[in-house]
Design a binder for this molecule. Structure first.
Ligand code: C5P
Length: 236
């Protein structure tokens, strides 16, 4: 795993092209944060951009949520590991065989990244789960799929801060919890429904916090990032 940072903050580079993503990466630093590349940026700018961010010294979370037959996902995970990313993810709904095959493939990489599973997307409601034939509340499904991911040897899951304390309790201290939906107390909520401040998310057991627009949309992104880190130090 290429882990150049000790920061718990992962800045989501949600941009339509490489230019603004690289510009922001050059204004920030690997000591202050890690970076997340998601579907939009990866589809537009591809592996070269990921490699450029790794070459700048960043720990990169490749957030492509792989979900396919086991062989295809395993090969995709290996290709991602070859880019030198620090973390990558698959979708827990791919099932046991897909998760185990992904685990095996990542472990065989020269430098294995952390492998985490997406559980219930935070955009899905109870009504959506019923239409999909998934029983129980969203929290029940998150817990079931987190247990499955853990049993398949994954390093952790992506979850909302609301589920973090339950998962920390149920899945133990070594299980990595990555939480999006993070908003500093004075930031706009945007389209996120269930938000927590950085300090609240860490307090309930999150290991890493994904933050996008409060930093990427700030007039001075570096200052916004430093303010979040300093608030965290003070427990705000
Ligand atoms: O700008 P904002 O802080 O809302 O960005 C959050 C990031 O985390 C986005 O890249 C979004 O796709 C991602 N994410 C999320 N909720 C999830 C999984 C990922 O917001 N459940």
């Amino acid at each position: 795993m290429t882990d150049a940072s000790r920061s718990p903050l992962i800045v989501a580079l949600d941009y339509p092209s490489a230019g603004p993503a690289l510009a922001l990466a050059r204004r920030l630093s690997p000591e202050l944060c890690r970076l997340k590349v998601g579907k939009e940026l990866f589809t537009a700018a591809g592996p070269d951009l990921v490699k450029a961010l790794v070459d700048l010294g960043y720990s990169v979370f490749l957030d492509l949520k792989f979900h396919d037959i086991p062989h295809t996902v395993a090969k995709a995970c290996q290709a991602a590991a070859r880019l030198g990313v620090w973390m990558l993810n698959v979708h827990a709904l791919g099932g046991q065989a897909m998760l185990e095959t992904a685990r095996q493939a990542v472990s065989e990489s020269d430098v294995p990244p952390l492998l985490v599973a997406v559980t219930v997307l935070t955009s899905l409601t109870q009504k959506d789960l019923i239409r999909l034939g998934i029983i129980g509340t969203p929290a029940d499904a998150v817990l079931r799929w987190a247990h499955l991911a853990r049993e398949c040897g994954l390093d952790g899951v992506v979850c909302s801060a609301e589920e973090a304390s339950m998962l920390r309790r149920e899945c133990g201290p070594g299980f990595c919890l990555v939480t999006p939906g993070i908003r500093p107390a004075d930031a706009a909520q945007d389209d996120q429904q269930r938000v927590a401040t950085p300090a609240q998310a860490l307090a309930v057991g999150a290991d890493y916090l994904v933050i996008g627009r409060p930093i990427t949309g700030a007039t001075d992104p570096e200052q916004a990032l430093r303010k979040i880190l300093s608030d965290l130090k003070q427990g705000i």
